[in-house]
Design a protein around this ligand. Structure first.
Ligand code: CAA
Length: 380
C-alpha cells in the first residue's frame, strides 16, 4: 500500500491551501453574515482549474484525479465550506454526470463551459415530498415526440440561482416507478422556469439555495441523458461519486476546527497555564485528531477506488457518514475548547459547527448512508 502523494497531488493541495488561507479567509465572515454568493472566488477557483478537476482537458477540465479533488476540497473547506459546496456540486454532481454518461454532443455543448468554470451547474433531484425517498419523483416529463414537457417543483437546490445549466430528474413513465425516471440537461433561462425565494440557511449561507418550479417547460429530446428510463440509476451513480466530495468537505470543516482549537489551546491561559497543558483539553485534541485521520483515510480510499474504476457505493457512503458525523462532533468540541469565545462569530468555530450540520443532511443524510452500508453488511 502506498500512502505517499505524488508531486502533482501535493502541488494541487498547496495551491488550494494558499488560495483558501490568503484569499477566501478575508471576507468569509461577511459573506456568511450577509449570505453573499462568492462570485469572485468561484472565478478564481475556475482559473486554478478547480471547477472541473476530474474532466478531460478535451472537454474543458483539468484532468486531475479524485485523490487531488479530496485534497483540494479539504483545504478549501477548512476556510469556507459555503464556497467548497459550490465547487463540489459543479465537479461531482454536474461535471461527473455529464462526463460519464453524456454523449459527445452534450459534452461539447454543456460539459466544456461547466468544467472550465465559465458557467456553473446545479443538480435537481430533491422535491418537497421526495428528499431521502428519491424514487418517488413527482416532477413529470411528458414525452411529446421531439421534446419533453416538464412540470413540477424541486426543493433545496444548491446553486439554483447562480447556475446556468441544470441536471433535472423527472418522471416520464409513472407506471414503471423509478425505472420510468429520466435525467435532462436544462438551460436555466428556458421559458417556464421560476425560482422560489433565497433560503435563509443556518450555515453555508453564501451558497445560494432555492426551490425551482417548472411550468410547461419544453426540453429538446436530445437533452435527455442516456437511454429512456436511465434517470434514477444515473442520479444514484452520480450521488455516490458526489458523496466523496461532501465527505472531503466535512473532513475539511473538522480539520479547520482542530487547527483553530489547537492554536487557541496553545495561547489561552487558565489556572496559570495554557489550556493545552490541561489534560482535559489535550485529550480532546487527541480524540479530534484521530477521528479526522480516520475520515481522511476513508475519503482517500473512496477516491482511490473511483480513480481505479472500482465500485464505490459502500466506500463513499462510509466516507460520507463517518466524516459528516465526525465533523459535527469535532466542531462541537472546538466550540467547547474556545468556551465563550467559541460562541461568537469572530472565532469562526461556531460557523464551522453550523456548516458541519449540513454535511449530515445533504447529498444523502447520515441515515441514508447507513441504509446503503447496512444493506451491504447484511447481504448474503
Ligand atoms: N448505483 C446504481 N444503481 C443504484 C444505486 C447505485 N448506487 N443505488 C440504487 N440503485 C438502483 C437499484 O439497483 C434499483 O434499481 P432496479 O430496481 O432497477 O434494480 C433502484 O436504484 C432503486 O434502488 P432501491 O430499491 O435500493 O431504492 P430504495 O428506495 O430502497 O433506496 C436510496 C434508495 C439509497 C435510499 C436512495 O433513494 C437514496 O440514495 N436516497 C437519498 C437521495 C439523496 O442522496 N438525495 C440528495 C439530493 S442531492 C443534493 O443534496 C444536492 C444538493 O443540492 C446539495
Amino acid at each position: 500500500m502506498d500512502f505517499e502523494f505524488s508531486e502533482e497531488q501535493l502541488m494541487i493541495q498547496q495551491a488550494a491551501r494558499d488560495y483558501a488561507q490568503r484569499e477566501l479567509i478575508q471576507d468569509v465572515l461577511e459573506r456568511d453574515e450577509k449570505a453573499v454568493f462568492p462570485e469572485k472566488h468561484i472565478k478564481n477557483l475556475a482559473e486554478l482549474g478547480f471547477m472541473g478537476m476530474m474532466v478531460d482537458p478535451e472537454y474543458g477540465g483539468s484532468g486531475m484525479d479524485t485523490v487531488s479533488y479530496v485534497l483540494a476540497m479539504e483545504e478549501i473547506s477548512k476556510i469556507d465550506a459555503a464556497t467548497s459546496v459550490i465547487m463540489s456540486i459543479n465537479n461531482s454532481l454536474v461535471c461527473f454526470g455529464l462526463d460519464k454518461f453524456g454523449n459527445d454532443e452534450q459534452k461539447k455543448k454543456y460539459l466544456t463551459p461547466l468544467a472550465s468554470g465559465e458557467i456553473i451547474g446545479a443538480f435537481l433531484l430533491s422535491e418537497p415530498e421526495a428528499g431521502s425517498d428519491a424514487t418517488h419523483q413527482h416532477t413529470t416529463a411528458e414525452d411529446k415526440g421531439d421534446y419533453y414537457l416538464l412540470n413540477g417543483t424541486k426543493n433545496w437546490i444548491s446553486n439554483a440561482n447562480s447556475a446556468s445549466t441544470y441536471i433535472v430528474m423527472a418522471q416520464t413513465h409513472p407506471e414503471k416507478k423509478h425505472r420510468g425516471i429520466n435525467a435532462f440537461i436544462i438551460e436555466k433561462n428556458t421559458p417556464g422556469i421560476s425560482l422560489g425565494p433565497h433560503e435563509d440557511k443556518m450555515g453555508m449561507r453564501s451558497s445560494d439555495t432555492h426551490s425551482v418550479m417548472f411550468s410547461d417547460v419544453k426540453v429538446p429530446k436530445e437533452n435527455r441523458i442516456g437511454a429512456d428510463g436511465f434517470g434514477f440509476k444515473f442520479a444514484m451513480m452520480v450521488l455516490e461519486a458526489g458523496r466523496i466530495g461532501i465527505a472531503s468537505q466535512a473532513l475539511g470543516i473538522a480539520s479547520g476546527a482542530l487547527e483553530r482549537a489547537t492554536a487557541y489551546a496553545k495561547e489561552r491561559k487558565a489556572f496559570g497555564t495554557e489550556l493545552a497543558n490541561h489534560q482535559a483539553i489535550a485529550f480532546k485534541l487527541a480524540d479530534m485528531a484521530v477521528k479526522i485521520e480516520n475520515a481522511r483515510n476513508l475519503c482517500l480510499k473512496a477516491a482511490w477506488l473511483k480513480d481505479n474504476n472500482k465500485p464505490i457505493t459502500v466506500a463513499s457512503a462510509m466516507a460520507k457518514q463517518y466524516a459528516a458525523d465526525m465533523a459535527m462532533e469535532v466542531t462541537t468540541e472546538a466550540v467547547q475548547i474556545h468556551g465563550g469565545y467559541g460562541y461568537v462569530k469572530e472565532y469562526h468555530v461556531e460557523r464551522l459547527m453550523r456548516e458541519a450540520k449540513l454535511t449530515q443532511i445533504y447529498e444523502g443524510t447520515s441515515e441514508i448512508q447507513k441504509i446503503v452500508i447496512s444493506r451491504d453488511v447484511l447481504k448474503d
